[in-house]
Design a protein around this ligand. Structure first.
Ligand SMILES: Cc1cc2nc3c(=O)[nH]c(=O)nc-3n(C[C@H](O)[C@H](O)[C@H](O)COP(=O)(O)OP(=O)(O)OC[C@H]3O[C@@H](n4cnc5c(N)ncnc54)[C@H](O)[C@@H]3O)c2cc1C
Length: 285
């Protein structure tokens, strides 16, 4: 999506094709809907639920043959960009000779201390197939150094990992989705606020987007925050602290948010648990 939008902004006509029925299928549906709306408004073509039949090149034209809802379709283009995900490149390392076990996708298996099945060998980063982000690789690398060289026996704590997709508007999440929270046995309370109730978005005149907060219905602890907005990646850091340190909806209500920032949207979403914020005369007061 990031690269598709980039090429669209550079003037290409872009069609995004994917197998899943909805964009970002692991995310809350509200997030998927907002992103789909944004991309469609920006005139990026979207094809979801596609099965790939074949790809062929005729002259300079690349033809992608797909089936969508039982119907055959052909998408023609000058260039094709295929995003297939990443795979640990461990085949040639002869890890079994060192007694280092790998998983189904050839990822190096580590325990809570980043140690492999060989107690003298540690691993960090994408090769372990955890959350594939550079800040996770850096954090794990630090723990490895502390444990392997410093003998500190530090445990990895990846319970709260923020994630950002750098589309425009950006998509940022931390904590768990409503579905996951319910699956984990929580009784949940959620609040969803459309960006057209956030003053920063109104003055930007870019109101397609959404904020969603998932909280535990009994303790009111915030379990997850999910955002589609300009600067969502900046806003998510506050939410990361909220989730990591177990703050509640009430804590957020009691904390001031500066007017005309996107972060104010967080507080307005909290207030939406109890009232319709579009009726406030000013600010998240
Ligand atoms: C297009 C793209 C955009 C991304 N954007 C972001 C982003 O915005 N924010 C973010 O946090 N993360 C982003 N990431 C993810 C981030 O790049 C990775 O999570 C991070 O680089 C992982 O670091 P690493 O050290 O574990 O692995 P890598 O950075 O992949 O380093 C592994 C190194 O090992 C070498 N290597 C591989 N196999 C062997 C072998 N068999 N023998 C010897 N050497 C080998 C490779 O050449 C490479 O130098 C992005 C990734 C991609 C692909």
């Amino acid at each position: 999506m990031e690269l598709g939008q980039l090429f669209h902004n550079l003037g290409s006509e872009v069609t995004l094709i994917q197998r899943s029925e909805r964009l970002l299928k692991e995310y809350n549906p509200e997030i998927s809907e907002a992103v789909e709306k944004v991309l469609t408004e920006q005139s990026i073509n979207l094809v979801t639920g596609a099965t790939y039949d074949r790809v062929e090149q005729v002259g300079d034209v690349k033809k992608v043959y797909i089936t969508v809802n039982g119907k055959k379709k052909v998408v023609e283009s000058e260039q094709l960009l295929i995003a297939t995900g990443r795979k640990p490149n461990t085949d040639t390392l002869n890890l079994s000779a060192a007694g280092v076990e790998v998983g189904k996708r050839n990822e190096i298996l580590i325990n809570d201390y980043a140690r492999t099945s060989n107690e003298k060998i540690y691993a960090a980063g994408d090769v372990t197939l955890g959350s594939q982000f550079v800040y996770i690789a850096a954090y794990e690398g630090g723990v490895v150094a502390d444990n392997a060289i410093g003998g500190l026996n530090k445990k990895l704590d990846l319970s709260v990992v923020p994630a950002v997709t750098f589309t425009n508007p950006s998509i940022a999440t931390v904590g768990i989705t409503e579905k996951k929270a319910i699956e984990q046995g929580n009784e949940v309370k959620t609040s969803v606020l459309s960006l057209d109730s956030v003053p920063r978005a109104l003055v930007n005149r870019e109101t397609t987007g959404v904020l969603k907060i998932v909280a535990d219905a009994k303790t009111l602890k915030v379990l997850g925050v999910h955002i589609v907005s300009e600067n969502a990646g900046e806003v998510i850091y506050a939410a990361t602290l909220v989730v990591k340190f177990g703050l509640t909806v009430e804590d957020l209500k009691d904390s001031l948010a500066p007017y005309l920032t996107m972060a104010e949207g967080l507080r307005l979403t909290v207030l939406t648990f109890d009232k319709d914020v579009s009726k406030l005369s000013c600010c998240s007061g």
